[in-house]
Design a protein around this ligand. Structure first.
Ligand SMILES: [Zn+2]
Length: 369
């Protein structure tokens, strides 16, 4: 259904503008040392070099409308921003600037939101064209292509947002050290948690040094003023490889257009489990909850939810074999049939699913197409 060409980092979807597809490939193969923090390897300069020309040419088919579409998207984005943050945004920015300038001005997270508005503006134009007396079909195709290409750029924005500098400035204390998420789960790091609630300890306060910029409170190796290594940390540490594997699968699946399976685990049944799970949990960039909106306790950002899901799946010990069993049960097989297909005994199947927490018993959910 979906043809993907995996690059190390960014998926290129079918229907993407070929020039943009090339630009994204080049961008993702070069982006290793680039980051938002580096001066020498500024990610914005790489964007300017690689993506800006493709972004400009993306609208060539609708060149007479492009400024209008981008302006509309920009105005709606600004309104949305004000609703969410009460900030008016930088008056020097507008939607018709080069891609790299918008990225730098907004940050990658907001760039993603803006791109969603561009997508909607393009689709609205395309629908209007479709309703006209004499629809211009080539132009509608151009708009469809632009709309599909925008999804690739959204992924690029999200990947850039998540990208950490290759070499972390260890020992250097600043507000940007570490990422926002715990390395072992989807909770905020202790430091990021402090910053987000505004409890930033004084400049020379020792407290600041004691906050972990790598782990959340429950996964930090040692409690403050203690030499005892915490059990929770050791447990999460041991399952780190599994966590990262599930994280990758879930991340890929979250970019899949429904109903495609994109876990790319190398096993169709495992991929299917990841697909069903993401569908059931609404882990998708296309789910309404994943789009803009203020991230709060009820609606944490997609990245946090993907990370939390990966951690919880690993903690619940949902092995690949259990995933296969669950998928076969979802397909309506009974335990004996599932056992036969997987070459195991019915008792073994029964034992495997015995300990599975209810939240992972997708076969017991009422809806699963
Ligand atoms: Zn954690």
């Amino acid at each position: 259904m979906v043809d993907t060409q995996m690059t190390p980092h960014i998926t290129i979807w079918e229907g993407c503008d070929p020039q943009l597809a090339d630009a994204i490939s080049a961008f993702s193969s070069e982006w290793g040392p680039y980051s938002t923090l580096s001066r020498r390897h500024s990610i914005y300069s790489l964007l300017r070099e690689r993506i800006d020309p493709a972004w400009a040419s993306l609208f060539r088919g609708i060149h007479e409308w492009a400024p209008k579409v981008l302006d509309t998207a920009w105005v709606r984005y600004r309104l949305d921003l004000m609703m969410r943050t009460r900030l008016a945004g930088d008056p020097a920015l507008n939607g018709t600037l080069p891609f790299s300038a918008i990225a730098k001005g907004l940050g990658f997270k907001e760039l993603d939101v803006f791109l969603q508005f561009v997508g909607r503006a393009v689709q609205a134009k395309s629908k209007a064209e479709g309703r006209s007396k004499l629809p211009n079909l080539p132009r509608m195709r151009e708009m469809e292509r632009a709309s599909r290409s925008l999804d690739n750029l959204r992924e690029l924005a999200i990947r850039c947002h998540a990208k950490k500098p290759q070499r972390s400035a260890r020992g250097k204390l600043n507000a940007l050290r570490g990422g926002p998420y715990c390395e072992l789960c989807g909770e905020a790091t202790e430091l990021a948690g402090y910053i987000s609630v505004g409890h930033w300890p004084e400049e020379d306060d020792d407290d600041r040094l004691r906050l972990s910029s790598t782990y959340c409170r429950s996964h930090r190796p040692k409690a403050p003023f203690s030499n005892i290594v915490q059990a929770e940390y050791l447990r999460a540490r041991r399952s780190r490889a599994d966590f990262e594997q599930e994280l990758e699968r879930l991340e890929r699946q979250s970019y899949a257009r429904p109903p495609a399976a994109l876990g790319l685990s190398g096993d169709a049944l495992v991929d299917e489990f990841i697909r069903l799970l993401c569908q059931q949990r609404e882990i998708s960039i296309y789910a309404p909850r994943a789009s803009s909106g203020t991230p709060d306790r009820q609606h944490p950002p997609l990245e946090a939810r993907v990370r939390k899901e990966a951690r919880s799946m690993v903690d619940a010990k949902i092995s690949d074999q259990k995933k296969r069993i669950l998928v076969l049960l979802c397909k309506g097989m009974n335990q004996s049939e599932a056992a036969a297909q997987l070459g195991m005994s019915r008792q073994a199947v029964s034992k495997s699913i015995d300990g599975i927490p209810h939240t992972y018993r997708l076969d017991l959910c009422t809806v699963h197409p």
